[in-house]
Design a protein. Structure first.
Length: 127
């Protein structure tokens, strides 16, 4: 793991990167507190499951008191095997489900997407 907020990207692997992106809309005035909680409570377990923190984006780029912020957190894993490993690990961990149930009570909305670069689709689909 790297220093600071972000993790060092995985090196020494030719496996394609898969991006796991959480987009969360937070009620007015709660953006900073929710993000702090996500990074403190959710992120360590995600890292333990093999996810690498790529970036955290806040939109608009100011904490709002009277409107919602959208927080976008991007994680990466390398290759289909690692993606399945982290996915199965999360689905079998009751703490992950409990965390998201609590988080959902605090959010206006949330969605998770998983993607890769166009050049890597064929390799990742060949499992």
């Amino acid at each position: 793991m790297g220093t600071g907020l972000y993790d060092e990207p995985a090196t020494g692997t030719s496996e394609p990167a898969i991006y796991i992106v959480d987009e969360m809309v937070v009620p007015p005035g709660l953006g900073r507190a929710f993000l702090d909680r996500y990074l403190r409570e959710y992120a360590p377990g995600a890292r333990d499951r093999g996810l690498v923190l790529d970036r955290v984006l806040v939109s608009p780029p100011v904490w709002l008191d009277e409107q919602s912020n959208t927080i976008t957190v991007s994680w990466t894993v390398r290759g289909a095997e690692q993606w399945w490993r982290q996915r199965l690990g999360a689905s079998r961990d009751p703490e992950v489900a409990a965390w998201w149930r609590t988080a959902d009570d605090l959010l206006v909305s949330r969605r998770r997407t998983t993607s890769c670069s166009y050049e890597d689709v064929e390799e990742l689909a060949d499992v």
